[in-house]
Write a protein that binds this ligand. Structure first.
Ligand code: NI
Length: 154
């Protein structure tokens, strides 16, 4: 496993659409392992392919309840809404208020290509939406209602 560089604000790759994963091979497994290690090293709750310079539909999430690996994830159901503060490892130190669904159900594949569904509410719903947006070249700042001031972050 290895820690990869996290792509930061200003890099075009963050605004590109990712391609589907077709091969569930060693290369994918190494990528997923590296992404998890990179996310934990940076104290994040999620990380998506473009953030490590890979335009593939993969992301990892851990909101403190264990690692979730998502390959080719698609939001299939949303319910309700929440307006909360959100940040991103590609925009260190910045936070903004976003509106996200309160509940989300996602269909995805695991590292072996097996399909599964995962549902989340609150923080997990937000993380799922945030990471899947990354795969379509959308960062939270594209949908932010307002950015928080430095005083608000403290
Ligand atoms: Ni992000």
């Amino acid at each position: 496993m290895a820690i990869r560089n996290i792509v930061k604000d200003g890099d075009d790759i963050l605004h590109k659409k990712c391609r589907e994963v077709i091969k569930f091979d060693q290369r994918l497994w190494v990528l997923l392992d590296d992404m998890a290690e990179t996310m934990y090293d940076a104290d994040g709750v999620g990380l998506a392919g473009p953030q490590v310079g890979v335009l593939r539909r993969v992301c990892v999430i851990d909101i403190g309840e264990g690692l979730i690996e998502l390959v080719n994830p698609v939001v299939i159901k949303t319910e309700g809404e929440q307006e909360t503060a959100e940040g991103c490892l590609s925009f260190p130190g910045e936070y903004g208020i976003t509106k996200r669904p309160m509940f989300v159900t996602v269909k995805a594949q695991d590292r072996n290509g097996k399909f599964f569904e995962i549902s989340g509410k609150e923080l997990l719903a937000k993380a799922l939406c945030h990471e899947i947006d990354h795969l379509d070249g959308i960062v939270y700042k594209d949908i932010v209602i307002r950015m928080l001031s430095p005083e608000e972050i403290e």
